[in-house]
Design a protein around this ligand. Sequence first.
Ligand code: ZN
Length: 340
Amino acid sequence: MHGYGGAEQLFYESCEPPLITEPDEVIVKLKAAALNHIDIWNRMGATGITVAMPHILGADGAGVVVETGAKVENLKAGDAVCLYPPTGCGQCEFCRSERDFMCIRLRVLGERLEGTYAEYVKLPAGNCFPIPAGYSFHQAAAFPLVFITLWRMIVTNAALKPGETILIIGIGGGVASATLQVAKRIGARVIVTSGSDAKLARAKQLGADHGVNHFTDNLVSAVHSLTDGRGVDVVLDCVGGEVWRQSLASLARGGRLVTCGATAGGQPQDDIAAIVTKQLKIYGSTLGSRREFGQLISFLNASQIKPIIDRVFPLSEAAEAQRYVEAGKQFGKVVLAMPE
Ligand SMILES: [Zn+2]
């Protein structure tokens, strides 16, 4: 990436390979990377973070360790790994309480660190984890950011339980479709929304119990008729904007709303009376801890859930892959395959 702006700022070109400078670092030869919306916000300069140009985007990746620093004991050359994207300063109150994803000097692959749209990436050894059983490199690159985000929202924060009902706003996005998979495995009843009947049909194939087309149906009425007027226990709303009030109105008393962003607008109208009288809980979160990432990998090993991959582009077509994601046509993850 040579500057902030559109996909025309991305170039496929050669650069110097990364070199180990700290004893706890490793170099990973990447086999695959995956796209996330954060890559596009980073490209547009919408995060407020400024980085030196040229810069390599990409938070998600998987590959094989090729070099290790002098103090690395948990890894050796040849190990296949997937990557946990954030790393902290190691010194602030959050880093010292195993919450380095909340670090005040947080660094994330592709953001303040050089990312995974590349053949090689350098990162701390503690950010390399074993690949879940039976996963291809494409699958191993496709799950980390999306699944750690939903794991913290749905399992840690909302504590979704078997038999509860969850409403997932905007099925088709990476976090939403992965939440559908995990929520079904937990044993919850799942209602999904989309403006696309094709995406609703796909969600039903993946186990969604009900689909609501938010262009042709009234979301709140549909949810109330599906729940005998009670409302749902949990809403996942990473859309915001006009939908936010409908998400609040869809919740049962004592319901929990979880969010990790607002693709349709970050300043929605709230309904504080509903939040108060219905005793609602609203959890905001981003990323998740290393401990949660470890729990997640155990869950994926046991559940055999695999990330949904929509399409694979060669690394050389990263700009085209970002345009495809910006158009919002995908269901699941878009992956970049590295040259052999
Ligand atoms: Zn810190």
